[in-house]
Design a protein around this ligand. Structure first.
Ligand code: NDP
Ligand code: 2IT
Length: 444
């Protein structure tokens, strides 16, 4: 049996029931075939076995008290996956579906994503099965304080720098930072996505969504096309979805649909983002509200129907496995030409095959959504340098990083004999640097 297949089989045996982690590992390792064939030394030094085994997994109890005096217990995680090219870096997710498999898949993806940014950041991820939905600010604060009361001893500005992800935005980062500072006395860049008044960076809020559109726009431009006049469907209505919508609209696209976990809205006139921001960012309410406020818009219960809406460009920006092979087939049938993954692993392996076989330009998550973590690294640079860059400065750096990622994965796919296959291109381009750093540092 070939090296990659053996590693994958052992990984599945060793991590039973971890379906998301197994899926991410399969996507990544399969794409690495051409580079592994060129480097027999990888097998001799068990490089892939080391690459797929986290350096450290931390799991902990998070007890907190709700507004009625009930004691609740959640589970906290931090997976410090790979520090070959820099300190562990990656978000925290608070969502009831969080388990070790989800955090490990996100951590593995993060290693290669962070490498693609060209900045010195390793890969990590964390979170909890805590559900912030419906909780008061006080409950969220007490949860965050308890979570940090354990996490603080494992992180640091030069060792591990967490940030946001699903369920963790500016409010949560603020509470987490406050508790870290209280426990350590350090006002340092140990978390990114901080508020602008206490060390955050301009553009970090917008970065993932803007970056997704910058990279997709590059793919369009290379084909003599642009966002102008295109119909776009965006799933999710959180941080990534909102700023992807904002940038796509500013480039002349018409975004016609978005969703949350209950259902989707369709607005043939083009989504009014000010209304979405009011509902989701200010009121923390449900997207169904949109149809009650905007004439002509409709709300449909359930998420799946969104992929039946004809569009030129689909930007899945909610969560993993939201597009399966049937959804992909519906999108293809209705004429989709580009798919840019804003979420992490939003397309199943079978869904990816449907897009690639149909000649859709498929832009995988670890490249397409790298703008968030890239801007986090720019926030770290500003923190260390005691500097504060202007919006225009950070935005220009973000755009350049995203365009460079596109060129890198395009050129890499071509040079390894799989032109246009950006899944392989992004995996190989990200892996090259991590592999070189791991080889240079010996068996550690
Ligand atoms: P938010 O919490 O801000 O928003 C998440 C959105 O996705 C909400 O609309 C939420 O709906 C929806 N959603 C979550 N889970 C599900 C589900 N199971 N089914 C349907 N809808 C769901 O998170 P972000 O926007 O930050 O993150 C979205 C995706 O982007 C994630 O995959 C994340 O890993 C990825 N990402 C985020 C980055 C960042 O900088 N924030 C960077 C790179 C990637 P509801 O409110 O109903 O739960
Ligand atoms: O998936 C991701 O890249 C993020 N959630 C952002 C991580 C970060 O450290 O900014």
């Amino acid at each position: 049996m070939e090296y990659i297949e053996r590693v994958l089989e052992a990984l599945k045996r060793k991590n039973p029931g971890e379906s998301e982690f197994q899926q991410a590992a399969e996507e990544i390792l399969t794409g690495l075939k051409p580079i592994v064939e060129r480097h027999p030394e990888y097998e001799k030094t068990a490089l892939l076995e080391r690459f797929t085994e986290p350096e450290r997994v931390i799991m902990f109890r998070v007890p907190w008290t709700d507004d009625h005096g009930n004691v609740c217990v959640n589970r906290g995680y931090r997976v410090q996956f790979n520090s070959a090219i820099g300190p562990y870096k990656g978000g925290l997710r608070f969502h009831p579906s969080v388990n070790l498999s989800v955090i490990k898949f996100l951590g593995l993806e993060q290693i290669l994503k962070n490498s693609l940014t060209g900045l010195p950041i390793g890969g990590g991820k964390g979170g909890s099965d805590f559900d912030p939905k419906g909780k008061s600010d006080g409950e969220v604060m007490r949860f965050c304080q308890s979570f940090m009361s354990e996490l603080y001893r494992h992180i640091g500005q030069d060792t591990d720098v967490p940030a946001g992800d699903i369920g963790v935005g500016g409010r949560e980062i603020g509470y987490l930072f406050g508790q870290y500072k209280k426990l350590t006395g350090l006002h340092v860049g140990v978390l990114t996505g901080r508020g602008l008044s206490y060390g955050g960076s301009l553009v970090r809020t917008e970065a993932t969504g803007y970056g997704l559109v910058y990279l997709t726009a590059k793919a369009l431009e290379r084909r003599g096309d642009s966002f102008e006049g295109k119909t776009v469907v965006i799933s999710g209505s959180g941080n990534v979805a909102i700023y992807a919508c904002e940038k796509a609209q500013s480039l002349g696209a018409k975004v016609v649909a978005m969703y949350d976990s209950n259902g989707y809205i369709y607005d043939g006139e083009g989504i009014r983002l000010d209304v979405v921001k009011q509902i989701k960012e200010k009121e923390r309410a449900r997207i169904s509200e949109y149809a009650a406020r905007v004439k002509g818009a409709v709300y449909c219960e359930g998420c799946k129907g969104i992929w039946q809406i004809p569009c030129d460009i689909a930007l899945p920006c909610a969560t993993q496995n939201e597009i399966d092979e049937n959804d992909a087939a519906a999108l293809v049938k209705n004429g989709v030409k580009y798919v840019g993954e804003g979420a992490n692993m939003p397309t199943t392996l079978a869904g990816i095959s449907v897009f690639q076989n149909a000649g859709v330009v498929f832009l995988p998550a670890k490249a397409a959504n790298a703008g968030g973590v890239a801007t986090s690294a720019l926030e770290m640079a500003q923190s260390s340098g005691r500097m504060f860059w202007s919006f225009a400065e950070v935005d220009a750096k973000l755009k350049a990083i995203m365009e460079n990622i596109y060129e890198q994965m395009d050129a890499t796919a071509e040079s390894y004999g799989c032109a246009g296959n950006y899944v392989a291109g992004a995996n190989i381009a990200g892996f090259e640097k991590v592999a070189e750093a791991m080889m240079a540092q010996g068996i550690v």
